[in-house]
Design a protein around this ligand. Sequence first.
Ligand SMILES: C[S@@+](CC[C@H](N)C(=O)[O-])C[C@H]1O[C@@H](n2cnc3c(N)ncnc32)[C@H](O)[C@@H]1O
Length: 215
Amino acid sequence: MTPVILTDAVHAYLSSLRAEPDPVLAEMEAQGDRDGIPIVVPETGALLELLARVRGARRIVEVGTAIGVSTLYMARALPADGTIVSFEVDERRHAEARGYLDRAGLLDRADLRLQDARAGLESLHGTFDMAFVDGVKTEYVDYLELLIPLLSERGIFAVDNVLMDGTVASGRGDGNWTEDQIVAIRALNERVLGLDEFDATLLPVGDGVLVGVRR
Ligand SMILES: C[S@@+](CC[C@H](N)C(=O)[O-])C[C@H]1O[C@@H](n2cnc3c(N)ncnc32)[C@H](O)[C@@H]1O
């Protein structure tokens, strides 16, 4: 869970400022560490929660639930009648996310779907105030094309891992991130930053978060 694009000292300082996570979130983070499940780091989770609150989001869509950590952060920002639709293809992770969100008292706001996001996004109706993308990196441009028409005016588009441990800057794979993934993320960063539909910026938070707001 340690973001390596920061110095150790900066990471330690940020960690020291973090309030104790609630017990369910702490359990999810422990499982993520134990089972090697790639979940958002706390700074990214806090950013997502903040963005959803600032936007006053009532409907959110997410690509890549895993065990529900990022889903939980965003669900906390929703009003009681709000919804986060989140797609996951791994049956076990999808079931675990359901269990955790239930125990966190947030399952009534979470519409968890065991489905490939590319098919799922095509079937959605209405508009969403926020979209978070955290699935297969080489599919990111596909998700973007499907999500643009679903975003409301001033809708937020956020993407995780857009710096990939710093490899996106160097352009070289590191054994974890491959050159194909780096090429895909560089293309996505350049595309979103250049889109007329968005005001966007790339934040060096966690593993790099691309944030756009629909014009
Ligand atoms: C990085 S993890 C998501 C982590 C989660 N957002 C969090 O921070 O707690 C990516 C997840 O996306 C799922 N996934 C991959 N391709 C997908 C697709 N096409 N549709 C839906 N889920 C997908 C994977 O099974 C994996 O669990």
